[in-house]
Design a protein around this ligand. Structure first.
Ligand code: NOJ
Length: 553
């Protein structure tokens, strides 16, 4: 599928694609300032091609103060000068396309940064002005308006409202921010906001961008009619099921995406989109509809333990849903917001998005103990299983190296706002955003010629691309081989489970005879007949050891 330009040029290229997420500031630094940049990505196109992915998704590369790793955008139609220029972006797009790799960029429509021109105008404007009406401003409560308009909390901790100083120097109105205070929420009832995002989408689509990842896609539409409900009266983000929550997953958010879809379909091939929407599973299909964004992230595997029962239930449910909606499933284990899956699987099982990983992070990596080898073995098994599933697979930079989460980051080096807004409770997401190790030595392990913007630990050397490049047993070699095989084996067709008496075994077959079998248990299990084309770890004669996946044709 990824082998050459022709094969990926059809309108359906995205449906079964392997998409590699690049966190641009931590991928490759070409100019030695410690921050990854666009030219750095261009220089690594041969690496991306040899990996065998179909598309790259770039997290934000726009001008930003980095109050939230670039998800605080100053200007949606430019490149951060520290990362390069629009000309560099065009050069990168051409290089990716020449290598047969599609390009997806991140769009952040729920909020801008507080340095965006519009927000500056809003602060300089008066109460009720057109400039304020592009964002969500309210009078405060209390005799002097000194209390926030509601008790809502930001997802990053602390209040969801911030008070401004009016141009005349008096304490003034409050604005809403679901994330950091440097990320004011837009008012999507304002046609100017809608038009501006259409312009942004067109701007990048015209430059050859093939698709868009939509940040917080479920929060744009809001009903903030007074009186605002109290926090205690609101359903949780992913427990909202009737589309009437004041800001999560309101039904009318789909009207916005219907307009976007019309724009995407003006292009040949139509531009694609994937929603980041932490909604109730029953509502995900709305975002993935062909009249809307077309695809939505399913974070179910990312939230599951390494457990055969959980995996089977999640895979079955999502494939059933995909058959109903016609939208291909998405699979993902790691991204820039969660503890890397090699680390999660090396810790005791536990509930939640990060589970015991959060405790492990908070203890500085001491408690509970991390079994690095076990975690990596399981991560390799899980990734190989995922790459055999129908639908698209989203990979996060560094997982092909088997990287673990970095815990060795001092408070002084931390950057994530979730660390600053939750003192003593959350160290944030920096540990999965540490710049990649390309070489075994050097000031930044080949990331660049200066100290990387987040500290890289000594153990990165063992995981460097240079260490793994020519080692057939390496995680990098496993990903390359699996992606190469997937390129010729992947189809739209669904899978059929092959039941074993041992319920720690997950075994399925695709209509073309491609089988994947994973042993989640302790005892080795007999392999089915056929040729093993790849396995996530060494086999024992015809037996599949614990925590291992094999593909058989
Ligand atoms: C989701 C992004 O993935 C995350 O990194 C960011 O902090 C929030 N949205 C806010 O934009």
């Amino acid at each position: 599928m990824h082998a050459d330009v022709e094969e990926v040029s059809g309108a359906d290229w995205w449906r079964q694609a392997a998409v590699y997420q690049i966190y641009p500031r931590s991928f490759s630094d070409s100019n030695g300032d410690g921050l990854g940049d666009v030219k750095g990505i261009t220089a690594k196109v041969p690496y991306l091609k040899s990996l065998g992915i179909d598309a790259v998704w770039l997290s934000p590369f726009y001008p930003s103060a980095l109050a939230d790793g670039g998800y605080d955008v100053d200007d949606y139609r430019d490149v951060d000068p520290r990362l390069g220029s629009l000309a560099d972006f065009d050069e990168m797009t051409v290089a990716l396309h020449a290598a047969g790799i599609k390009l997806i960029v991140d769009i952040v429509p729920n909020h801008s940064s507080d340095r965006h021109e519009w927000f500056k105008e809003a602060l300089a404007g008066s109460r009720g002005s057109a400039a304020r009406n592009r964002y969500i401003f309210r009078e405060g409560k209390g005799a002097e308006g000194e209390l926030p308009p509601s008790d809502w909390e930001s997802l990053f901790g602390g209040p969801a409202w911030e008070r401004i100083t009016e141009p005349d120097g008096t304490a003034g109105q409050w604005y809403m921010h679901l994330f950091a205070k440097e990320q004011p929420d837009f008012n999507w009832d304002n046609p100017e906001v809608r038009e501006d995002f259409l312009r942004t989408l067109r701007f990048w689509a015209d430059r050859g961008v093939d698709g868009f990842r939509i940040d917080v896609a479920h929060a744009l539409a809001k009903d903030l009619t007074e009186p605002l409900l109290a926090k205690a009266e609101l359903a949780a983000e992913n427990e909202t099921v009737d589309g009437t929550h004041p800001f999560w997953d309101r039904d009318e958010v789909q009207e916005i995406y219907a307009e976007w879809r019309a724009l995407f379909n003006e292009y040949t091939p139509p531009r694609t989109a994937v929603a980041e929407a932490w909604v109730h599973a029953d509502r995900r299909g709305r975002y993935a509809s062909p009249e809307g964004l077309g695809q939505a992230f399913n974070f179910d595997l990312l939230q599951a333990a390494f457990d055969a029962g959980q995996f089977r239930e999640i895979i079955t449910r999502n494939l059933t849903e995909s058959e109903i909606t016609g939208a291909p499933s998405t699979w993902v284990f790691s991204n820039h917001d969660v503890v890397r899956h090699a680390t999660r699987y090396g810790l005791p099982k536990g509930p939640g998005r990060n589970g015991p990983a959060q405790a492990w992070l908070m203890s500085g990596g001491n408690e509970p103990a991390l079994d690095r080898e076990l975690g990596l073995r399981r991560a390799r098994a899980a990734s190989l299983l995922m790459l055999a599933l129908p639908g698209s697979a989203y990979l996060y930079q560094g997982e092909e190296l088997g990287l673990h989460e970095v815990v060795e980051i001092s408070d002084a080096d931390r950057q994530d706002p979730t660390f600053f807004r939750n003192p003593g409770v959350d160290v944030g997401r920096d540990g999965c955003r540490v710049p990649l190790p390309w070489t075994t030595e050097g000031i930044a392990f080949g990331f660049g010629k200066a100290t990387a913007h987040l500290p890289q630990p000594e153990w990165f050397s063992a995981y460097a691309v240079a260490t793994q490049q020519d080692n057939p047993g390496s995680t990098l070699a496993l990903y390359r081989e699996a992606l190469r095989l997937r390129g010729s084996l992947q189809t739209e067709e669904q899978l059929k489970w092959i039941n074993h008496r041992n319920d720690a075994v997950l075994h399925f077959i695709r209509p073309n005879g491609w089988q994947s079998i994973t042993n989640f248990g302790v005892q080795p299990v007999a392999l089915p007949a056929g040729t093993v084309v790849v396995s996530s770890g060494p086999l024992m004669d015809r037996k599949l050891p614990a925590d291992t996946t094999a593909w058989i044709i």
